[in-house]
Design a protein around this ligand. Structure first.
Ligand code: SAM
Ligand code: SF4
Length: 333
């Protein structure tokens, strides 16, 4: 593949070299912060085919993207996900192929994911108590996810990280246990502040909100936490747990704005390029992907032009929910 002529740069001088591709809006879980109980999913013909997703990945890498995260919905429930990952992993110029998963399929798939060239995996884990896990995910089986995490550890990926969304009164009392679990396994963990994406039923997001600073204070008496200078160019601020391999990250869209160093864009399962997680600025790439004959230069030109739409800041406000009507599962979290 030829070297990119120039990198993707937005109006604020931020270079975009990281893309998150949602390959499905469907999921085998219904996490309370992510989905409503009765989700209506997109009709299948609206979802990009595996070939269309591959064309997108090629276009982004040709435009200088170095890292692709495959996500969803639950990416591992999409038929053909492994083959797609294998093809993306072979793109020359791409430095990192990573996925985010709920872990329910990992026990069976960890080996194949490693063989497909996946470098790192983020696994969502909000509770270590089965009943609570079931309540938070509405349908998920904790034992299955824990087995999946073990299977992934055995495969020796470059990195495994747990993602925990912490909600007051629901799982806030588990933050110490979750960090201990990560330390015992030599893996990292990030705590994510809930974002107001899409309508969720039966709860008030503002009441459930727990800030990263509050979690940090909860952890301090138990762990020696040293702020780390390491950055992924993303929203996570990391602390090393001294005496362990584990880093604790905080993703804090509300309490610590991370927009100044934003290096990423997302593509939804239906092919909409989202310039910001917390804004609706977007460009529909599907018509270009479905144009006959397909024109890769036109696709690349549209992506480059879209950079002008990337907003400076997100506009999350928990009290005015929902500002953003799409769910995280449709967004490519
Ligand atoms: N299904 C996979 C999973 O759960 O890891 C990948 C997709 S999921 C949408 C990606 C991440 O977004 C998960 O770590 C999940 O906890 C997080 N997430 C979902 N809804 C969220 C919300 N409203 N606010 C903050 N994080 C959210
Ligand atoms: Fe599914 Fe992930 Fe959303 Fe949970 S957070 S419902 S696992 S997409």
């Amino acid at each position: 593949m030829p070297l990119p002529s120039s990198p993707l740069v937005d109006r604020f001088g931020r270079t975009v070299n990281y893309v998150r591709l949602s390959i499905t809006d469907r999921c085998d879980f219904r996490c309370v912060y992510c989905m409503s109980e009765k989700m209506v999913f997109l009709p299948r013909h609206e979802i990009l085919t595996l070939e269309e997703i591959m064309a997108l990945a090629e276009a982004f890498v040709a435009l200088g993207v170095l890292k692709i995260r495959v996500t969803g919905g639950e990416p591992l429930v999409r038929k053909g996900a492994l083959g797609l990952l294998e093809k993306i992993g072979r793109l020359s110029g791409l430095r990192e192929l990573v996925i985010t998963t709920n872990g329910a399929q990992l026990e069976e798939m960890a080996k194949d994911l490693k063989a497909a060239g996946v470098h790192r995996i983020n696994i969502s884990l909000d509770s270590l108590r089965s009943e609570r896990f079931l309540k938070l995910t509405r349908v998920g089986e904790l034992a299955r996810v824990l087995k999946g995490i073990e299977a992934a550890r055995v495969m020796g990926f470059d990195g495994l990280k747990l993602n925990s969304v912490i909600l007051r009164e629901r799982n806030q009392d588990e933050v110490v246990d979750l960090v201990r679990y990560a330390i015992d396994r030599g893996i990292d963990i990030s705590f994510i502040e809930e974002m107001p994406l899409g309508l969720v039923d039966g709860r008030d997001r503002a009441l459930d909100f727990v800030s990263s600073d509050e979690i940090l204070e909860q952890l301090r008496p138990f762990f020696d936490l040293q702020p780390s200078t390491e950055t992924t160019g993303g929203p996570s601020r990391y602390h090393q747990v001294l005496g362990s391999k584990t880093k604790v990250g905080f993703i804090s869209p509300h309490s610590h704005n991370f927009c100044g160093s934003c290096n990423r864009v997302r593509v939804t399962a239906e092919g909409r390029l989202l310039l910001c997680l917390g804004n609706e600025h977007s460009v529909d790439l599907k018509p270009l992907l479905r144009r006959d004959p397909f024109d890769s230069e036109a696709l690349q030109a549209a992506i480059r032009k879209a950079m002008d739409l990337k907003p400076q800041y997100h506009e999350f406000d928990l009290k005015a929910q929902p500002v953003i009507f799409r769910h995280m599962s449709a967004t490519g979290g």
